[in-house]
Structure formats: structure tokens, C-alpha cells
Design a protein around this ligand. Structure first.
Ligand code: TYD
Length: 268
């Protein structure tokens, strides 16, 4: 295991994320890209679905996707990454497999949707690699960030929503555990801390919500923040200076549908 002296480490990640280690090579995009991040069992997928319903209610065309496994190729990579039958994968190979999944996902799903003016909601993106492979596997987070920048041609989310919960609580919600979820508790606690540290690098891009709140409360907080995104149709329709006056209504029906569901396996 490697020592991770704080100062150089954080400036390195910060540089990698901000693109100071090379020019921005990604094609310009339109559209809005919102990503959900966090540890295990935090309710990410539920919130992503509720946000999709709300955005559609607001007149947006929305693509909900996930990593790993958001493309046909990605479905195959996902099986390798998460199946217990794969056995041990070296940390660097694991990081590269996630990056390969992401590269093809961005190329074949995310960029085309953004170019068509759609809102893309991602269930995990490159911050997961920094947290899981960087901090969890104790690779160098700055290097992992750089691999993702290359893989995505520097496609950054408009907004990254981190649902924060102590690892112990999230893991206790899972009914069964895949290869990553089966890692020891200190792995998952490192992952959580890394997400929190990442959010400090760019407070405008990251939004942290408390995973201990109810589904409805969390949804309400999320749509309040998302409604501030200037590129959304709801804001384009408004006079400048009057943006916050348009009422924000939760995707009420969707909340009611989602809340009582008890799944056999509680995914985040
Ligand atoms: P998934 O079943 O989709 O879990 P979750 O519902 O928690 O998102 O499995 C994704 C797993 O892969 C999860 O344990 C996090 C891990 N992961 C990484 O380790 N690195 C990555 O870059 C990504 C995207 C996911």
C-alpha cells in the first residue's frame, strides 16, 4: 500500500480534473449531463429515476444510463468487473476496464445524447473510478483521474450529485453483494471519504445530499439544485432575474410509486 501525502495528492487530482495537465480535447457539447455518485446502498438509482421523471415533467428529453454497463460493450465489461466468478483483477487492470467501459459509453451513448440536446443522467461516472480504484484500491487518484480524462476526452458533468452515507449503513441495506460490494468496510469508508474530498475541489460542480433523509426529502433537495441549471428549458423560458420564482414541484406520483417498493436486492 502506498503512502498518500495530502497536499501533493490533492493538487494532483485537482490538476487532473481541471485539465491543467493537458488541453481540453473533448468536442464541445450541448445538453446537460447530471451524474449521481456515492457508495453502496445509498439510494442513487431511485433518485436518478425520480429526477428523470421530474425533468420529463419539465419538458426535457432524458436519457438515464449507468456505469459500468451503459452500452452493449459495457454490459460485457460489467459482467467481468462485478461477477465473483472473475476472481481477482489487478487494481490497474480494474481501473482500465472501468475506463474502457466509460470511453465507449461516452462515445456511443452520452455524447450523442448531449449533442441531440437531451439531458443525460448518469448513475456513476469518473468520480467513482477516483474513489473506488484511486482511494479504495489505493492506486494514485490523480493518475486514475487522468486516465478517465483521456477516456472521456475530458467530458465533465454539468452537475455531480453525491449521496453521502456512512459505508456501514449503506452496505447493511444490500441483500446480496457483488465483487466490489464484497470489499471490506475500510475499503468502502475510504471510498466515501474520497467522494467528500472530491466535492471540496469544485463546490459548484458537486452537490452533496445526506443519504439518511427520506426519499421525498432527498428528491426535493435534488430538484431544487438541478432547477438552477441554466441550460434547462424551464430557465430558458423565464426572464433573466426571475429564475428562482418559477415553482418547483416534485415528481409527486413517481415519489409515491418508488417509496413503498421492496426489492429482493436493494441496489443504490
Ligand atoms: P452497481 O451494481 O451498478 O452498483 P451501484 O448500484 O452501487 O452503482 O455496480 C457498480 C459497482 O462498480 C459499484 O460497486 C461501484 C463500482 N465502480 C467502480 O469501482 N469504479 C467505477 O469507475 C465505477 C463506475 C463503478
Amino acid at each position: 500500500m502506498k503512502d498518500r501525502p495530502n497536499v501533493s495528492l490533492w493538487s494532483d487530482i485537482s490538476n487532473a480534473i481541471k485539465g491543467e495537465l493537458g488541453g481540453i480535447t473533448g468536442a464541445p457539447t450541448k445538453g446537460t449531463f447530471i451524474v449521481f455518485e456515492g457508495g453502496e446502498g445509498i439510494g442513487k438509482s431511485t433518485q436518478a429515476k425520480l429526477l428523470k421523471a421530474w425533468l420529463e415533467q419539465e419538458g426535457e428529453s432524458v436519457v438515464l444510463t449507468r456505469e459500468p454497463g451503459g452500452s452493449d460493450l459495457g454490459i460485457e465489461i460489467r459482467k467481468i468487473l462485478l461477477s465473483h466468478s472473475t476472481g481477482e483483477i489487478s487494481p490497474r487492470a480494474e481501473a482500465l476496464l472501468y475506463a474502457a467501459d466509460r470511453a465507449h459509453h461516452v462515445y456511443s451513448v452520452i455524447r450523442p445524447a448531449l449533442a441531440a440536446g437531451q439531458v443525460v443522467i448518469g448513475d456513476r461516472y469518473f468520480d467513482s473510478s477516483i474513489a473506488y480504484q484511486g482511494a479504495g484500491r489505493v492506486l494514485e487518484p490523480g493518475e486514475v483521474a487522468r486516465i478517465s480524462r483521456w477516456a472521456t476526452e475530458s467530458l465533465f458533468p454539468t452537475l455531480t450529485i453525491i449521496i453521502d452515507l456512512p459505508a456501514e449503513i449503506g452496505l447493511a441495506r444490500l441483500k446480496s453483494k457483488d465483487r466490489l460490494e464484497s470489499q471490506p468496510i475500510d475499503f468502502h469508508e475510504r471510498v466515501r471519504q474520497e467522494f467528500l474530498q472530491l466535492s471540496l475541489l469544485d463546490p459548484e460542480r458537486y452537490f452533496i445530499v445526506d443519504g439518511n433523509k427520506t426519499i421525498d426529502q432527498t428528491h426535493a433537495e435534488i430538484i431544487t439544485r438541478v432547477s438552477e441549471i441554466g441550460a434547462l428549458k424551464r430557465n430558458a423560458r423565464e426572464d433573466k432575474g426571475n429564475l428562482l420564482l418559477r415553482p418547483i414541484r416534485a415528481a409527486g406520483k413517481a415519489v409515491k410509486r418508488a417509496a413503498p417498493k421492496k426489492k429482493a436486492k436493494t441496489k443504490s
